[in-house]
Design a protein around this ligand. Structure first.
Ligand SMILES: Nc1ncnc2c1ncn2[C@@H]1O[C@H](COP(=O)(O)OP(=O)(O)OP(=O)(O)O)[C@@H](O)[C@H]1O
Length: 254
């Protein structure tokens, strides 16, 4: 029996006269990968940042693992992992040093090499953050979300700008995090990614949820309306060609 780990009720966020989030309600179940999809400016990041306790809401009720956001924000902080904007890191520190620094901030002891292993960055342990490629930076930022062994991990567009191999490998990484028991909330603009990765997705537009279900259900519902793709789809696409030619393995991006 699944348990609700995040409950959002009638969430509203106004910036002055502008309503960015306009009465959103949804529940996230423990152990699922939950996607927030929507066009630019729909209110996805604002919603996430409010749940992450990083942004004030205008109104609404949020509970995270039974903790009320208005009463226990600091307890919520302890059980969540948030992918920080990479610009926030000390660029001159080595990866192992950065992990020790974060572990110290969380008051946790952590095996830095083991953690780097989970994101395939053991070989880069002595590299400085600024020396990493884009994909390696993304992977490192995901590693930092795991330091406090969070129950819930928030990933805001984690695969933006990555090559097809790196995206697939990050999907495996995100599934692995979920399989170890965490709940994952993710935003993405890649529909293939949401379809493959997410157990359920909420589609947000102009601050409102316009649909919420599993990707399969949403697709079946559309097909049931008589929708058909305009032309016969080939059995492979250019991305399949790319992966077939260049392989699936992690790249040595050094
Ligand atoms: N600090 C702020 N002050 C005023 N308006 C803001 C602020 N932050 C966000 N907004 C506005 O709120 C709306 C929602 O922004 P938000 O970043 O949540 O969208 P998003 O769905 O994450 O978009 P994207 O896909 O582009 O990241 C946008 O119109 C944005 O301009």
């Amino acid at each position: 029996m699944s348990k609700t780990i995040i409950s959002v009720k009638n969430l509203v966020k106004k910036y002055g006269d502008f309503t960015a989030v306009n009465g959103i309600s949804f529940d996230v179940q423990e152990g699922e990968i939950f996607g927030l999809l929507g066009p630019n400016g729909a209110g996805k990041s604002t919603t996430l940042e409010i749940i992450e306790t990083l942004r004030e809401k205008t109104s609404g009720e949020i509970t995270v693992d039974g903790l009320n956001l208005d009463i226990n924000p600091n307890d919520i902080k302890k059980i969540i992992g948030v992918q920080l904007q990479t610009a926030g890191y000390y660029p001159g520190l080595k990866l192992v040093e950065l992990i020790s620094l974060f572990a110290g901030l969380y008051n946790r002891s952590v095996n830095a090499m083991e953690l780097l292993d989970t994101v395939n960055l053991r070989d880069k342990a002595k590299s400085k953050f600024k020396e990493l490629s884009g994909g390696q930076k993304q992977r490192f930022s995901i590693a930092t979300t795991l330091i406090n062994q969070p129950k819930i991990i928030f990933l805001d567009e984690p695969t933006t700008g990555l090559d097809p191999q790196a995206r697939r490998n990050l999907w495996d990484l995100i599934r692995g995090i979920r399989d170890r028991g965490a709940t994952v909330i993710i935003t993405t603009h890649y529909m293939d990614e949401a379809e493959i990765l997410c157990d359920r997705v909420a589609i947000i537009d102009t601050g409102k949820i316009i649909s919420l279900a599993s990707p399969d259900k949403l697709i079946d519902d559309l097909v049931a309306t008589g929708f058909e793709r305009p032309k016969e789809v080939k059995k492979a696409n250019l991305e399949d060609v790319f992966i077939h030619l260049t392989g699936k393995e992690w790249r040595d991006e050094s």
